[in-house]
Design a protein around this ligand. Structure first.
Ligand code: HEM
Ligand code: HEM
Length: 341
């Protein structure tokens, strides 16, 4: 059982980690599907506590080198699981200026080096027995038990009308919808709000054979509108009225066929801060270059002078303070799945 428990924990940690990121990638149904597997793996980790506690107590008594690192690792896993449950039930959505979801993900990220060290320093040799009928049966029982716990948790959240019953399929909570002043200002990791002079700012739109520089006044003259939901990976979502211009309208058709070098595949969008994202070319008609939020010019925190509004995409695609857009021959998947800045 000892070896099986460690192996199961290894698989479950990997599964929880992967499904968490898959959920962050989507704003629609696949996010929920992934989160069900995610929550079930999280509860399965918790369910293994009694067995792991025996292993850990024995290990701690042996005082093997680095045993304290295993305790730090344990603390990070407990923090992540607790913050996840507090977020999902809505019992505590933030501590100080951090949301429960941010703490949840940060603790999981911080645990990565420890988990890598732990499985190397305390490695268990794989044996054929790990795939025995008994092991599989145990795995089935664990999955069923964790699945039932997740189901019971979701029912309880609704019966008790906890805040968690109002969350969206991505797990996010509604915040300040249709009240532009309530829309929180958040950045992915390390970006900070730049101050931009609209008189000198230009949006350079580069296609295969032309570059067109748009001024702020020119862009303000457009009034394409969309109501869209910004679903932040920090754990909130907000539906707002945005206006500006659909990107497709800024892409003048080619007077000549594009030069050799290949087909246009993607739209590269870059912020003044260097933050960037790449979209499939087919999305040009569904990406709004927004100049206004709720009928008023954007404020600096929300991307002044212009930002991308990408309906049905998570917040980290909504590039702010855009200065350059380039139509590119690179495929849209030619980027890290998540930004690193
Ligand atoms: C939720 C995940 C896990 C937690 C919180 C955890 C925690 C701990 C703690 C606190 C110890 C005792 C201190 C030490 O010996 O360093 C320990 C020991 C150990 N862990 Fe883990 N661990 C986890 C996952 C794993 C995984 C995935 C493996 C292997 C693939 C593993 C294998 C071991 C082994 C072999 C020992 C040594 C037991 C002994 O010396 O008797 N653990 N673990
Ligand atoms: C050590 C790794 C992790 C463990 C053990 C874990 C476990 C959990 C648990 C137990 C919950 C509560 C589920 C519920 O009650 O419905 C949860 C929620 C959540 N986790 Fe994780 N998690 C981990 C890492 C991550 C990562 C890396 C991400 C994202 C990149 C993530 C994203 C989420 C999201 C979005 C929710 C909210 C789900 C909802 O409210 O429906 N998790 N997690």
């Amino acid at each position: 059982m000892k070896r099986w428990t460690n192996l199961a924990l290894f698989v479950l940690l990997g599964l929880a980690f992967t499904t968490g990121w898959v959920a962050f990638f989507y704003s629609t149904a696949p996010s929920r599907a992934s989160l069900i597997v995610h929550a079930v793996s999280g509860y399965a980790i918790v369910a293994l506590t009694p067995w792991k506690a025996v292993i850990a107590t024995h290990g701690i008594q042996r005082r093997r080198p680095g045993w304290w690192a295993s305790l730090v690792f344990t603390a990070l896993v407990i923090t992540s699981v607790l913050a996840g449950i507090l977020h999902s039930t809505g019992l505590l959505l933030g501590i100080g200026s951090f949301s429960a979801m941010e703490i949840h993900v940060a603790a999981a990220l911080a645990a990565i080096p420890f988990v890598a060290w732990h499985v190397i320093a305390r490695r268990i040799p794989m044996r054929a027995v790990d795939l025995s009928r008994r092991s599989l049966l145990r795995a089935g029982t664990l999955a069923a038990g964790a699945g039932l716990t997740y189901g019971a948790g979701e029912v309880a959240v609704r019966l008790l009308s906890l805040p968690g019953s109002t969350r969206r399929l991505t797990g996010s909570y509604e915040y300040g919808s249709l009240q532009p002043s309530q829309l929180p200002v958040t950045q992915w990791l390390f970006d900070s709000v730049p101050s931009i002079d609209p008189a000198t700012w230009r949006l350079a739109v580069r296609t295969a054979n032309a570059v067109r520089e748009w001024t702020y006044a020119e862009l303000l003259a457009f009034d394409d509108r969309v109501q869209a939901t910004l679903d932040c990976t920090g754990g909130f979502y907000s539906t707002q009225d945005w206006s500006g211009v659909w990107l497709s309208e800024l892409l003048t058709p080619h007077p000549n066929p594009p030069p050799q070098g290949g087909r246009e595949m993607s739209i590269y969008v870059r912020s003044l801060t260097g933050y960037d994202r790449r979209f499939a070319i087919e999305e040009a008609g569904r990406l709004l270059i927004a100049t206004r939020l709720g009928g008023m010019p954007l404020d600096p925190g929300h991307g002044f002078p212009v930002r991308i509004v990408a309906p049905d995409r998570r917040g980290y695609w909504w590039v702010k303070w855009v200065t350059a857009i380039r139509i590119d021959t690179l495929p849209s998947w030619w980027q890290l799945p998540f930004p690193v800045q």
